[in-house]
Design a protein around this ligand. Structure first.
Ligand code: FAD
Ligand code: NAI
Length: 328
């Protein structure tokens, strides 16, 4: 019997590792605590349509990632997004065009991770709480007390603060991972029955509780009935208001949005708030991935590289590369 490799996390890092390992002929099995794949690239179904509450768009600066994006484009899962971009600075809104190519999942961000998952074996709604080694193989324990295994190796592809709790078998890795802090982001969606009278489609924001905002219908392949906007708070504001009730977060960010946009703003017909506890790594790190090949433990995620979609994908590739290298 082939003993598969366990991969914890079906965000883009875990899926990137899974695809590379499967392509090399290995059996894998994925686990995720959520009901679906995508992690911070997932889209939330709602009365206002599918909402990209996490990653908004991504750029491809690395040659290998650019090649993967090209393939996703050819398969119809991503398209270029060319928003009318603004900058808000010193109380002023101004056009802020640039030459940067920006990509989005089509018809929603989660289309990418859904396509990557394909028919790979996966167990959803399964929060792994312990990763432990028997005489020869690894086993996983979940929050409901169920045991999963045996596995020949384990790839942990989740945010650092969550990963550190699974690394009891590798204290050195655990202490490195425990040193990585991640910042929260409050995300709010506001949907209006009547479109706002503004040409703005995306905006980098300074001097406000808001960090970024985007008009969902400006992204390719969306067929929103309402004019839906996604607002992301800054890390600092999110940290300071971590436990604020969702209704109040919506009120605050709605108010900040009304202040910065130069048009009248009716009451939204639909609102939604989501708190990402581990949205982005604090500070930069360029480790690629972490591993203890003799033990058979690999750790990856956006926080090992740039804290962006591209970094997460590359980190998954690096974890797979190290694992395959060790098996040679
Ligand atoms: P994740 O996507 O977090 O995947 C980890 C997965 O592991 C999740 O599905 C989670 O459910 C699962 N999991 C966690 N713990 C366990 C456990 N114990 N057991 C089982 N499963 C577990 N990047 C960009 O490039 N451009 C952007 O515009 C952008 N905007 C962003 C905006 C927001 C609000 C946020 C939150 C992120 C944004 N990012 C952006 C960052 C980007 O989304 C991430 O870098 C990337 O998606 C991280 O992928 P990952 O696979 O490393 O982690
Ligand atoms: P990018 O090249 O578009 O942006 C990088 C940064 O440069 C932007 O954050 C912005 O500050 C600035 N910038 C870029 N173009 C600009 C323009 N036309 N006008 C004014 N400022 C501009 O994309 P990249 O490098 O791929 O970064 C990803 C984005 O994801 C960033 O905006 C980052 O803030 C965001 N992100 C958000 C997270 C969150 O939790 N809110 C987590 C991780 C990433």
């Amino acid at each position: 019997m082939t003993v598969p490799i366990a991969i914890i996390g079906t965000g883009i890092a875990g899926l990137s590792a899974a695809r590379a390992l499967q392509a090399a002929g290995h059996a894998i099995h994925l686990f995720d605590k959520s009901r679906g794949s995508g992690g911070r690239m997932s889209s939330k179904r709602s009365d206002a349509g599918a909402l990209d509450m996490g990653a908004q768009y991504f750029t491809a600066r690395d040659r290998r990632f650019a090649a993967a994006v090209q393939q996703w484009q050819a398969d119809g899962h991503v398209a270029e997004w060319t928003p009318l971009l603004y900058n808000f600075h010193g109380g002023q809104l101004s056009l802020s065009p640039d030459e940067q190519v920006r990509w989005v999942g089509k018809p929603r961000m989660s289309a990418i991770t859904r396509a990557m998952l394909g028919d790979m074996p996966v167990t959803f709604s399964c929060r792994i709480t312990e990763v432990f080694r028997g005489e020869e193989h690894w086993n996983l324990l979940d929050a409901d007390g169920r045991s999963h295994g045996p596995f020949s190796q384990v790839v942990i592809a989740i945010p650092a603060p969550q990963a550190s709790t699974l690394l009891a078998a590798a204290p050195k890795l655990a202490s490195v991972v425990a040193g990585v802090k991640m910042e929260p982001t409050w995300a709010v969606a506001l949907a209006f029955d009547t479109p706002l009278e503004t040409p703005l489609e995306g905006c980098f924001v300074q001097d406000s509780p808001i960090d970024w905002l985007a008009r969902n219908r400006s992204k390719p392949g969306r067929d929103d009935k309402m004019d839906t906007w996604i607002l992301h708070a800054t890390s600092a504001w999110s940290r300071q208001h971590l436990d604020m009730p969702k209704e109040q977060v919506i009120d605050h960010l709605h108010g900040a949005f009304a202040e910065l946009i130069n048009c009248s703003m009716p009451a939204p017909a639909f609102t939604l708030a989501h708190r990402w506890l581990y949205a982005r790594p604090a500070g930069g790190r360029e480790v690629g991935a972490l591993s203890d090949p003799d033990l058979g433990l690999y750790v990856c995620g956006d926080w090992c590289l740039s804290g962006r979609v591209e970094g997460a994908w590359l980190s998954g590739q690096e974890a797979a590369r190290r694992l395959l290298e060790h098996l040679k």
